[in-house]
Design a protein around this ligand. Structure first.
Ligand SMILES: *[C@@H]1O[C@H](CO)[C@@H](O)[C@H](O)[C@H]1NC(C)=O
Ligand SMILES: *[C@@H]1O[C@H](CO)[C@@H](O)[C@H](O)[C@H]1NC(C)=O
Ligand SMILES: *[C@@H]1O[C@H](CO)[C@@H](O)[C@H](O)[C@H]1NC(C)=O
Ligand SMILES: *[C@@H]1O[C@H](CO)[C@@H](O)[C@H](O)[C@H]1NC(C)=O
Ligand SMILES: *[C@@H]1O[C@H](CO)[C@@H](O)[C@H](O)[C@H]1NC(C)=O
Ligand SMILES: *[C@@H]1O[C@H](CO)[C@@H](O)[C@H](O)[C@H]1NC(C)=O
Ligand SMILES: *[C@@H]1O[C@H](CO)[C@@H](O)[C@H](O)[C@H]1NC(C)=O
Ligand SMILES: *[C@@H]1O[C@H](CO)[C@@H](O)[C@H](O)[C@H]1NC(C)=O
Ligand SMILES: *[C@@H]1O[C@H](CO)[C@@H](O)[C@H](O)[C@H]1NC(C)=O
Ligand SMILES: *[C@@H]1O[C@H](CO)[C@@H](O)[C@H](O)[C@H]1NC(C)=O
Ligand SMILES: *[C@@H]1O[C@H](CO)[C@@H](O)[C@H](O)[C@H]1NC(C)=O
Ligand SMILES: *[C@@H]1O[C@H](CO)[C@@H](O)[C@H](O)[C@H]1NC(C)=O
Length: 679
């Protein structure tokens, strides 16, 4: 009985622990498998990390799978597919992060060529983190796996990772991984550190360690120095909570030490570039419980100079010592040497070396970037608009000019979207580019009013709106500025003759869209309605060249719906039906009229009103004239003069008995066109 209880308790503990483990799961992770199909995701069978497709993070590139020759059984799934970028010089991934600006991330890009293009020649290309060069990816051979990793304090809430074609083959990428780090880890004066080495010193397991041994998913490579003794423990390091580095217990529970306590523990590396600057992070935890007469205490020297100490690692509790300023040289050598008081040798559990990446180029103002991204998605701009807008200068976005000052973020001074096929209104996002001096939106299909918010552009010198079907008035503040010469406003030409550059504009703002709808729908409605009249005119024209519509013309009027009911005798006789409307015969002021009742939902009130105004204005002998209209809520009615002679179709087809001659048919076409020209 006791045994069963104990067994159940064990199960409970195991469940509780596994729940805790999964609760801390991948919360600060973004894991992208580049090139897999858009709607797919999977859990890696080894790491259990969930990978998603890259479609939401890049707009360009093509998906490719590696050659099966390089698909070994141990190859991680992230390398099965790649995204290749055969087009364009610079292609970017943009990743928005919930925990963005000011947060610290480990960002890892992985590459394996695997002859995905069947060429057998691995490319060489550059990698950028935002505006800063991250490194050059040199693939070497088909099966070589290249991993580039940085520790990066994000300058903005989203990051851009760009692949740049340098003329040695199309760039491609296999995977992108982001891991949120604690703010208090890897603290240096630099925002961008590239991983040089991350070593699990004294490893006894002969394999790399990553998630979920390492909850930050760092990849620790086992490394054993010759001539040093391995120390290990079965106890757990950092069991009572971890330090800010979240070091994996399995890495910290092994270490190296010297056989002779008075010997130094030494290691060194030879940088390719002696001017390269490195930061080092040394991770320690004592793995032996010391007796009262024992002391492990040592000093650390870098190239013979004092670096840190005296230092005593805590038992099963990790401590990280790091460089306060970057180091460089032809050979960077570290030496750990016990103090005179100590009777135990120095120890080292793990170490990381990072290369400081230059971040000299200033980037673009974040507000400007946000505004441009919004403009891009608003109009669906198809240009080279990827990565940072202003940097590097060789990849300046088309249509932009930036101001460059090393001390402050770059600002946008010119936005030239002339002839860019923009459709829709002028978006107020433009007004958020507050340092804009030149704004050229000419020769697009921009409609609607000029937004008042453009007045926010205090530095604006040129505003070019020519050749757009814009309507309404220019904001008065801009007009004021153009009067004293501080701003040049270019309007008119092409489509936007209706745009008035002064406050003398009529109050009523008509919309171009409404006009279009009105014209098109009027045309369709009239084409059907007038066909009847045209035939009549054709027949009468010989005797009576000009039709006088006489008294009816003065009686165009607005009627109530009950009057409509009355004149049609409660819609007694339907004489026609079209896509938009039903037509009833009516009697108004002793004349017969055609009462067209528009089906609801076909047109909105505004469109209807526009059509009525248009029809009331237009007079042509080849068009039936509008007698009156009714619009009450959803009841939209047009009243036309009634012409009782059948419709055009009947006459053209001859179903009415009289067949039209070719000459008459020609005349019908010409007259139709003349009526249409009135618009
Ligand atoms: C992904 O979409 C394709 C078609 O768009 C579909 O055939 C396929 O079944 C989808 N796959 C998944 C995993 O939903
Ligand atoms: C891409 O974004 C859409 C919309 O936000 C989302 O529904 C979809 O799941 C995302 N796809 C992937 C692979 O993350
Ligand atoms: C790689 O091999 C695995 C089986 O080991 C298979 O499921 C997968 O489809 C292969 N991938 C490619 C791209 O050939
Ligand atoms: C991270 O720490 C720095 C100081 O070390 C601080 O300025 C910054 O605001 C912190 N960032 C976050 C996201 O907490
Ligand atoms: C590919 O290159 C890597 C690193 O240079 C090397 O370790 C590996 O043996 C090479 N593989 C082949 C098949 O040549
Ligand atoms: C570690 O693994 C490699 C290859 O898998 C093997 O050659 C080597 O002998 C192993 N080392 C130890 C100490 O087991
Ligand atoms: C240390 O590692 C060795 C080799 O893996 C193992 O045999 C030994 O039991 C380990 N010692 C402790 C204290 O865990
Ligand atoms: C340890 O090294 C010191 C100095 O190098 C030497 O004097 C001493 O004999 C060595 N001890 C042993 C046990 O080898
Ligand atoms: C340690 O001992 C050596 C010689 O045994 C001596 O030269 C050195 O000054 C001592 N260091 C300290 C800090 O006492
Ligand atoms: C915008 O670009 C067009 C050519 O694409 C050019 O004619 C025009 O002058 C430019 N506008 C400005 C303000 O630079
Ligand atoms: C405006 O759009 C129409 C069709 O939607 C197109 O024919 C015309 O070329 C466009 N005008 C401009 C200036 O892009
Ligand atoms: C023109 O007028 C605007 C506002 O009316 C004013 O802000 C601006 O300084 C004036 N510029 C010049 C050159 O007079």
């Amino acid at each position: 009985m006791e045994q069963i209880k104990y067994f159940l308790l064990q199960i409970f503990v195991v469940l509780a622990i596994s729940f805790l483990v999964s609760a801390q799961d991948q919360s600060g992770f973004i894991s992208i498998d580049c090139g897999i199909s858009g709607n797919s995701s999977y859990k890696d069978s080894v790491t259990n990390i969930k990978y998603i497709s890259d479609v939401n993070f890049t707009e360009t590139g093509i998906s490719k799978s590696i050659s099966s020759d390089f698909n070994t059984t141990t190859l991680p799934q992230q390398f099965w597919y790649v995204r290749s970028f055969p087009e364009g010089e610079r292609n970017c991934y943009t990743i928005k992060l919930a925990q963005g600006k000011g947060f610290k991330y480990l960002i890892r890009a992985s590459f394996m060529y695997g002859s995905y293009d069947g060429q057998g020649t691995a490319p060489v290309f550059d990698l950028y983190m935002g505006v800063n060069k991250w490194g050059t990816v040199v693939m070497g051979n088909e099966s070589n796996i290249i991993i580039k990793e940085v520790v990066h304090v994000l300058p903005t809430s989203s990051i851009c990772i760009c692949l740049v074609n340098t003329g040695f083959g199309s760039p491609f990428i296999s995977a992108l991984e982001l891991r949120l780090l604690k703010n208090a880890s890897y603290v240096t004066d630099f925002d961008l550190l590239a991983l040089h080495r991350r070593l699990d010193v004294g490893s006894t397991i002969n394999r790399t360690v990553r998630y979920n041994d390492d909850i930050s998913d760092r990849i620790w490579v086992p490394y054993n120095f010759l001539n040093y003794k391995i120390m290990n423990t079965s106890s757990t390091v950092d069991s009572g909570g971890s330090n800010s580095y979240n070091l994996p217990g399995i890495v910290m529970s092994t270490a190296i030490t010297t056989y002779n306590a008075s010997d130094p523990l030494e290691f060194h590396w030879v940088p390719e570039d002696p001017s390269a600057r490195y930061h080092i992070f040394l991770h320690f935890a004592d793995l032996e419980k010391l007796q009262a007469n024992q002391l492990r205490e040592f000093n650390i020297y870098q190239n013979g100079n004092y670096f840190h100490g005296p230092f005593s690692p805590d038992y099963l509790q990790s401590t990280t010592l790091s460089s306060t300023s970057p180091m460089s040289g032809e050979n960077i050598a570290f030496s750990l040497l016990k103090t005179n008081a100590s009777n135990l040798p120095p120890i080292l559990n793990a170490l990381e070396i990072y290369l400081v990446l230059d971040t000299l180029q200033s980037r673009t103002d974040e507000q400007d970037i946000t505004a441009l991204m919004n403009i891009k998605s608003f109009y669906g701009v198809r240009k080279n608009w990827q990565g940072d807008p202003c940097q590097p200068k060789s990849f300046l976005w088309d249509g932009l000019i930036c101001s460059y000052d090393d001390q402050i973020p770059n600002r946008i001074t010119t936005l030239n979207l002339s002839s860019s096929g923009l459709v829709g209104e002028i978006t107020t996002y433009v007004s958020e580019l507050t340092t804009l001096q030149y704004l050229d939106l000419s020769n697009n299909n921009l409609s609607g009013p000029v937004p008042d918010s453009l007045s926010k552009l205090q530095s604006l010198k040129v505003l070019d709106l020519r050749d757009n079907p814009l309507l309404g008035s220019i904001p008065s503040e801009l007009v004021e500025r153009s009067k004293n010469g501080s701003l040049s406003i270019r309007v008119g030409a092409g489509g936007n003759t209706d745009l008035c550059a002064s406050s003398s504009c009529p109050k009523k703002k008509k919309s171009y869209v409404i006009m279009i709808v009105a014209i098109v729908s009027s045309f369709l409605v009239l084409l059907a309605a007038t066909s009847v009249l045209i035939i009549l005119w054709r027949k009468r024209a010989r005797k009576q060249p000009v039709i006088r519509l006489g008294t009816l013309e003065e009686k165009k009027q607005q009627l109530s719906y009950s009057e409509i009911r009355r004149i049609t005798n409660n819609f007694e006789r339907q004489i026609g039906e079209g896509g938009f409307a039903k037509v009833f015969l009516g009697n108004l002021d002793d004349s017969q009229v055609a009462v067209k009742v528009l089906k609801s939902s076909v047109q909105g009130y505004k469109e209807f009103e526009a059509e009525v105004k248009l029809l009331l204005r237009i007079h042509h002998r080849n068009l039936t004239s509008l007698v009156g209209y009714c619009c009450q809520k959803t009841n939209l009615v047009l009243i036309y003069e009634y012409i009782n002679n059948g419709n055009l179709k009947e006459h053209l087809s001859g179903s009415k008995g009289s067949v039209l001659s070719w000459e008459e048919r020609m005349q019908v076409a010409v007259n139709s066109a003349q009526g249409w020209m009135q618009f």
